[in-house]
Design a binder for this molecule. Structure first.
Ligand SMILES: [Cu+2]
Length: 166
């Protein structure tokens, strides 16, 4: 994860990793989010983390397109990874997702976006173009690519260590 190139001045720059693990096509997809660089002063702002359609980071959030939504009316859209509130400038979270790393609907090659604000779960209108709307003000982007199990194992250990500390 690195700051979007179209990030407005004065917005926090977020770094870190979004790691996805799914052992077989019907298996549960686990997502490990480890980000830092959020403001540590004031009330923490929850952030929406989404999967966007294109893994094109050339123009930051803008070139990642809308939300990756391969199904028309899913009960739980796979692009919505959730809202996360930073603690002491960090997000350290493990979730399960209905997205998949297998087959034609795989999210590999797409983008993970950390938005400046939280996702109001559709109450604010069509979130499909959130890069172009108010949430777009600040976002940080990452490309979903294959990696060896080393990354997952290392970050899972760090995740567990931080959980124990809090
Ligand atoms: Cu989004």
């Amino acid at each position: 994860m690195r700051p979007s190139t179209s990030l407005a001045q004065g917005l926090p720059k977020v770094y870190g990793r979004a790691l996805f693990k799914q052992d077989y096509p019907q298996g549960t997809l686990k997502v490990l989010l480890r980000f830092n660089g959020f403001p540590t002063d004031g009330v923490p702002q929850a952030r929406a983390v989404h999967i966007h359609q294109y893994g094109d980071l050339s123009q930051g959030c803008e070139s990642t397109g809308g939300h990756y939504n391969p199904w028309c009316t899913p009960p739980q859209p796979p692009w919505r990874l959730g809202n996360f509130e930073p603690q002491e400038g960090k997000i350290n979270a493990m979730i399960e997702s209905v997205a998949t790393l297998f087959g034609g609907l795989s999210v590999i090659g797409r983008a993970v976006v950390v938005h400046e604000k939280l996702d109001d779960l559709g109450r604010g209108g069509d979130a499909g173009t959130c890069c172009m709307e108010t949430q777009a003000g600040g976002s940080d982007v990452a490309l979903l690519a294959f990696s060896s199990p080393r990354q997952w194992n290392m970050h899972q250990k760090q995740y567990n260590r931080e959980l124990r500390r809090n």
